[in-house]
Ligand binder design. Structure first.
Ligand code: KG4
Ligand code: ZN
Length: 363
């Protein structure tokens, strides 16, 4: 099966071709620089930029690919959750293409696509526990099979990536702060007493990171020398961390607290689901080196196989959309032209044309 994937849910415009479960070709245009000026994604600008670059990107994809549009068996598009105006750009193009080419259309849940992205690189032994840590979500799932998963826990406030980005902003680091903090954190040892590990003294699998961000804000507020004096580029920010050991220690300590909370909750999920054979780490924050190292230890201790996607499959991409879309189409699930986009905060419905979808998600 040859499936086209389209991803426009946030600040990456991406298209990809998947053939029989393998990536044939992908193209991605990042808006990070544009939003960096504002210290975060500006939804209106994001949707305009998707509209500007999506069709040229698709042209590029097919001019470099050994196949053409007429060879497609299906079109998969990220339908949410995400920025509504941005999603509509991708969904609109997907519908137009499906109609004009007379091929199958399927709307894909961006979060489930993140969880299954590693399946493009390695086989996933099911059942699995999945930890999705991205800019918008921090969630734990139990996956019985690729198309059958349950949400076990979610964040009550900030997502892990959001906490990284807000701490980055407090320190005047370039946007998005996550990867910069990762690099600066590597320059120091964490002080495990500096920050709390919030919302772990309970029995549940939910998360809360806003208190951690507030704790960092208090330390930075009383110690302005920890911040970069002005917003600089990535390499200069890392250089600042090198020459300011207290900033590096703060980054390492904050990163440790996030990793520790994730570790405690993942271990709890693995204990609650002893039948799990695999632990999947997914989403942009899964690129974080300290969190990856921590999860290796969790996997070893819990005797489950840890699956980590390569960094390009952690952050937003269209290959993961085409991958899950291909699985859905092969299982007989598709959408018609009434397919709707789903904004952040709303659950993506199982409104496929086929009534057999076994997925159940609590949101
Ligand atoms: O999955 P993603 O690309 O987009 C969403 O769906 O949200 O995740 C983006 C998030 C951002 O918050 C970014 O700061 C974070 O992933 N991120 C990282 C790292 N690389 C990206 N956070 C910590 N360490 C990293 N190396
Ligand atoms: Zn994402």
């Amino acid at each position: 099966m040859l499936c086209l994937g389209i991803e426009t849910s946030c600040d990456e415009t991406a298209v990809a071709l998947i053939q029989d479960g393998k990536i044939l070709l992908e193209k991605i245009a990042s808006q990070v620089e544009m939003h960096g000026v504002f210290g975060g994604v500006v939804p209106e600008l994001a949707s305009r930029e998707h509209l500007r670059v999506l069709c040229p990107l698709l042209d590029q994809l097919f001019s470099d690919a050994p196949v053409n549009l007429k060879d497609l068996d299906g079109i998969a598009v990220a339908r949410g959750p995400g920025l509504l105006g941005s999603l509509l750009v991708g969904v609109g193009l997907a519908k137009g293409l499906a109609l004009s080419l007379n091929v199958k259309l399927v709307g894909v849940d961006h979060l489930k696509a993140h969880l299954l992205a590693v399946g493009l690189e390695q086989e996933i032994p099911f059942p699995a526990i999945g930890l999705l840590v991205s800019g918008g979500h921090t969630q734990l799932y139990f996956l019985r099979s690729p198309l059958d998963m349950n949400l076990l826990g979610t964040t009550l406030d900030d997502a892990a990536g959001e906490a990284f980005d807000k701490v980055g902003k407090l320190l005047n680091l370039p946007y998005p702060g996550g990867s910069v903090i990762d690099r600066i954190a590597a320059l120091a040892q964490p002080n495990t007493k500096m920050f709390p590990t919030p919302y772990v003294d309970n029995q549940n699998l939910d998360f809360s990171f806003s208190g951690l961000k507030t704790a960092v804000a208090k330390v930075v507020g009383g110690n302005q020398e920890l911040r970069l004096p002005e917003l600089r580029g990535l390499d200069e920010a890392v250089e600042f961390g090198r020459s300011h050991p207290a900033t590096a220690e703060l980054c390492a300590s904050f990163n440790w607290s996030v990793a520790e909370v994730l570790k405690i909750k993942v271990k709890r999920a693995l204990q609650a689901y002893p039948q799990a054979r695999t632990l999947i780490l997914a989403g942009g924050v899964a690129a974080n080196s300290m969190i990856r190292r921590t999860m290796y230890i969790v996997g070893d201790e819990s005797k489950v196989k840890l699956l980590l996607p390569s960094p390009g499959l952690c952050t937003d991409n269209a290959a993961m959309i085409a991958h899950l879309g291909g699985l859905l189409l092969q299982a007989g699930f598709e959408h018609d032209l009434t397919l709707d986009a789903v904004p952040r905060g709303r659950a993506v419905p199982n409104d496929f044309l086929s009534s057999q979808c076994g997925s159940s998600v609590r949101q």
